[in-house]
Design a protein around this ligand. Structure first.
Ligand code: PMP
Ligand code: GLN
Length: 408
């Protein structure tokens, strides 16, 4: 294996998804919805296939889809977005991220990443020749506060070597939704470094709890031109296997990203793009008694967060305190009592979070994800007390989890 991949042979998904299957566990681990996507989304795929949208397409995305994205995100960002120069469609937000880092970084360029961070960021930065500089959020001490940024530390991370700032709201795993004040403070730091590019990963933008508001970093000050804001139809329409995502942002950033796309896959799959374009049109219409699809899907996640919080607060099998989840697909909990309820054999040679997740899968048939994987090695102590439960599963799965974790 190449030197650039040698350090990245392990992923938490390739440990815990097979482990969940092996033990027939309820998989609250990997963040893919296990419920059916809406019928209108399936119909849209059939319609696209029947319309013979089955051949290669324009590298930056099929016209029908980039036009829909420009419409939807033009309204969100309150600006006119040019579908032909300010939108790029990729194989999921994952490929958008890689195309972006490949198109921005030269060997030795530094990338500031706010931890906890989705585990794909660091390998992608390194494969692209960059050096990750990781700044950790600080965990709250209670169950009602958000994780906080140490702005002095963040500011101190910027140097003349910094080429890129990579940022995620709502955050995977902790569900932090950055406030306007926080984004403006970050924006003020970025304004001091005009040559730094910005990737804002906002794939969970549509899952915002308790009437909070999602705000994009790109909309702060004058950051649009040097930013790429990413999102994903996989997350929005519960079709993660379609691997259809996109970036919107400044024309130069998009143009360079598409050059990288030319030499990786040339273009993404046409038929899924046609389906997503049609689905975006329908999503604005009334759905299941809600005024649109967005309201409905958000409510599903909010209800599941309430279910999961209830289970954790009332469990007499595990002692895990749910933290505040302000949005996104996950609820993070803090392992209490130093995990004294986890048998010794699981504790030996493992951090607390890994011990908990292996034990819970094997002995209780429920899979969660250890949070230390979302931190740098030197900051992993911030993660080892925390575990992540997915909210993107069937309601009946939470019924089953409740039966296991709350014993009469
Ligand atoms: N960013 C975050 C924060 C994610 O959780 C995911 C989920 N895999 C992705 C990006 C990748 O999204 P996609 O499935 O569209 O590649
Ligand atoms: N984003 C999802 C998660 O965090 C899926 C990860 C993956 O499949 N690479 O669980």
């Amino acid at each position: 294996i190449s030197n650039s991949l040698n350090n990245f042979q392990y992923t938490v998904w390739t440990e815990f998804t097979p482990l969940a299957i092996k033990h027939q566990a309820i998989n609250l681990g990997q963040g893919f919805p296990n419920f059916q996507c809406p019928q209108f989304v399936k119909n849209a795929l059939a319609e696209a296939a029947n319309s013979n949208e089955n051949q290669y397409c324009r590298p930056a995305g099929v016209p029908m889809l980039v036009e829909e994205i420009a419409r939807v995100y033009g309204a969100k960002h309150n600006r006119k977005i040019d579908p032909m120069t300010e939108v790029a469609v990729c194989y999921g937000a994952s490929e958008a991220l890689l195309n972006a880092t490949m198109s921005i970084l030269n060997p030795g360029d530094e990338v500031i990443v706010v931890d906890p961070s989705f585990d794909i960021y660091i390998p992608q930065i390194c494969i692209s020749g960059g050096i990750p500089i990781r700044v950790s959020l600080v965990p709250p001490n209670d169950d009602v506060s958000s994780w906080t940024i140490d702005f002095d530390k963040l500011e101190a991370a910027f140097t003349t070597k910094t080429k890129l700032f990579l940022f995620n709201t709502p955050n995977n795993p902790i569900g932090k939704v950055y406030t306007k004040e926080e984004l403006e403070k970050i924006g003020r730091i970025l304004e001091k470094w005009p040559n730094v590019g910005i990737i804002a990963d906002e794939v969970y933008e549509h899952v915002i709890f308790d009437k909070r508001v999602h705000m994009s970093l790109a909309d702060v000050g004058n950051l649009w031109e040097r930013s790429l804001t990413l999102s994903s139809a996989g997350k929005l329409f519960s079709v993660t296997g379609w691997k259809t995502g996109w970036a919107v942002g400044g024309p130069d950033m998009i143009k360079n990203m598409v050059v990288s796309k030319l030499w990786s896959s040339f273009c993404s799959n046409t038929v899924c793009q046609g389906a997503v374009a049609r689905s975006l049109r329908i999503a604005d219409q009334e759905f299941e008694g809600y005024s649109n699809y967005y309201e409905w899907i958000c409510k599903q996640y909010e209800d599941k967060r309430e279910r999961m919080k209830h289970i954790l607060y009332n469990s007499n099998v595990i002692k895990v305190q749910p933290l505040l989840a302000e949005g996104g697909f996950f609820l993070v909990g803090k392992i209490m009592n130093d995990g004294d309820f986890i048998p010794k054999q699981y504790r030996e040679g493992a951090t607390l979070d890994f011990a908990f997740c292996r034990w819970l899968t094997v002995e209780h048939k429920i899979t969660a994800i250890p949070c230390s994987v979302f931190f740098s090695e030197s900051n992993s102590h911030f993660g080892t007390n925390f575990v992540r439960f997915a909210l993107c599963k069937e309601f009946s799965d939470y019924d089953k989890v409740e039966k296991i974790l709350i014993r009469n």
